[in-house]
Design a protein. Structure first.
Length: 156
């Protein structure tokens, strides 16, 4: 399996992550760059990036450079209740974590990366944020199986 690493998003990642977001979601669902910047600034603990390591050799002595290339991310905000309005804002005192984006870049899909990314994410959240009681998201019908396979339950 290709090595995947997971880390928090940094501000310098955001233009690239935004380009992955708009390439992955329809216009009316994709987050704006402003929203992505907001989420990284206000909820950095819940903005995780999946990277693959890319090696390239440079120079006469063929020095190997290993670079982490972001190929996907998950972003969420904390809220009190599962409603459109409360999900769009970040309320640090809430106990629900509303997941907004679970995205893998085109060309890297259907390899189980999203599953590994989500598994890492759930573990990370449960380890670092004991105040979060539940992760919630709105999923399209065609993705329900993916989420139930990852341990989510369908509420309606």
């Amino acid at each position: 399996a290709m090595a995947l690493s997971f880390r928090p998003a940094s501000p310098s990642d955001l233009p690239l992550l935004y380009s992955i977001e708009i390439a992955s979601y329809p216009d009316d669902e994709a987050a704006t760059l402003e929203k992505i910047i907001y989420r990284q600034k206000h909820c950095p603990d819940f903005f995780r990036v999946a990277c693959i390591n890319s090696e390239s050799s440079i120079g006469d002595d063929q020095t190997t450079l290993t670079e982490e290339i972001p190929i996907g991310f998950i972003t969420s905000t904390v809220c009190q209740e599962f409603t459109d309005e409360s999900m769009s804002n970040h309320d640090p005192s809430g106990s629900l974590l509303a997941i907004h984006s679970v995205v893998i870049k085109e060309g890297f899909r259907r390899r189980g990366f999203a599953t590994r990314m989500l598994e890492d994410y759930v573990k990370f959240v449960s380890r670092t944020s004991p105040n979060i009681s539940e992760l919630v998201l709105i999923a399209k019908q065609n993705l329900l199986k993916f989420y139930t396979n990852c341990g989510f339950h369908v509420l309606g």
